[in-house]
Ligand binder design. Sequence first.
Ligand code: AGP
Length: 614
Amino acid sequence: MCGIVGYIGLREAAPLLLQGLKRLEYRGYDSAGIAVLNGEMRVVKQKGNVAALGEAVAACNGSVSGATLGIGHTRWATHGDPSDRNAHPHVSGEGDIALIHNGIIENHAALRTELTKHGYRFASDTDSEVLVHLIDHLWKQIPFLDFEGAVRQALTIVDGAYGICVISSREPEKMIVARKGSPLVIGIGDGEYFVASDAAPLIEYTRRVVYLSDGEMAVLLRDGFSVKTIDNITQEKAVTELDFELGEIEKGGFEHFMLKEIYEQPMVMHDVMRGRVRLEEGLIQLGGIADRLEQLREAKRIVICACGTSWHAGLIGEYLIEEFARIPVEVDYASEFRYRSPIIGPGDVMIVISQSGETADTLAALRLAKERGALVVGICNVVGSTIARETDCGIYTHAGPEIGVASTKAFTAQVIVLAMLALALSKDKSMSEAELTVALQCLNDLPDKADRILESNEAIRDIAALYKDASNFLYLGRGYNFPVALEGALKLKEISYIHAEGYPAAEMKHGPIALIDEEMPVVVIAPKDNTYRKVLSNIEEVRSRKGRVIAIATEGDEEIAQLADHVLHVPHAAPFMMPLLTVIPLQLLAYHIATQRGCDVDRPRNLAKSVTVE
Ligand code: AGP
């Protein structure tokens, strides 16, 4: 969950590294550092964010200037608390090797003991530091071993996940990078190369990138680079052309990335369906799974695995696939699935959902299912991510880069992909051609409806002002809107730090109703569907205990206004589409409550955008 960057070329490395780290700060921001080589190894690192590091670099009166080779790191601590000495880069005893690492070295304790026996002294409490000393040790111990050989040797010894960049004043004309379990991308320039955890820092310099795969290592020189496996087998790597604009990364005039991404949802809905929802032909075309569609249709059962917000999308996927494709579905937290002895095998399908495509638990669940012979389908947003590349087939969500740690547009895109998948599997199962065409029309009408909901942003901001000091919130929904209640509660928790719970509305009577009094705001998702009347009686139960009710209701529903303290209307749509509309007011409510409480919604405490360790 750290951000790593590297540069080798003809330009000043330090400013490029700092700029790159700024773009990766959503991956981790508790400490940062750079190391550059200008004849000597120069390291500047400290606790705090990248802006503070920039000041420290500026204050070291030019000792880093003139360097055209360097590495940089922004951290999200796992081993060793955020501090100057635990910040990366870590250097060898003589200071002539510098290394940055994203991931976890699982056998670090044993290696530390071993290296200490050989006289190595450790300057930090991190797992990462063992790697730089191990490289130094092997380089000194094994005759005729060069820098590349020492790094390769070391990587055959360590266990765990890593994305690393290493430089050394002993061989000052190269940078060595490698990955296993953590992402790494190489950007190809003219006579210069960039390395980063993802493409965000690269786009302003080049569109030509190479994604490293697990178990690969690259040696970058100013006039070229080579990729081999850790076992020294040369790899021919495809060059990918990046397809997003820098502007997409910038805030586009919004105060926060989260708000910008909430407002991007109508456009994202278009992008997800573009070329896939074929209204004229009355069909759904999903190229990424086309050659597996039959296998999917014949699946004995489908297991959906994911984490966090993606898991909530998976729950809606269960409702959609069972309703339209009539295939039994179970939804699992990936972290639970991988450690319970799950039953999965040939004939089964696993769908893994991940915005980043790097979430460790989801990746592990995917690998377990593949090992057991199930077909694994991926739904990912980050193109070229590990999960995307390791699945048998998949569907990209095309939501564009999602920078805000609290996922919004990626969730919407995931639900639309699941709806398209369910409809694509529904043929001759639950829907006539006419019914399918109606459903496709519903999908097509979504972006305009979402646009209309964004017009109630001010009204939502005013409601937020009334409840920003609440200490608890309850979210209730039924059917397709139960997972939306969970998602609304998660959004509020992760950016405002208010305790919130989502529940199936009917479950309230079995416990949570005890929490309700005049201090408890209760958000009730109550569109006009087959459970509407039931939800109205749930609202009555809340009101009779003086709970404050914020209702998400269908446009034109005046009856509910008699019962609720506040009503936020969303346009009417088919029940299976409603989650895509009812979630938007909940995203905005959480956003406004958090900003009015002075929370940094783009970089909420204790959270990182991509959870690459378990
Ligand atoms: C959601 O707002 C959170 N950032 C988090 O729960 C996230 O959904 C989870 O970590 C899964 O991430 P993924 O979709 O990238 O796998």
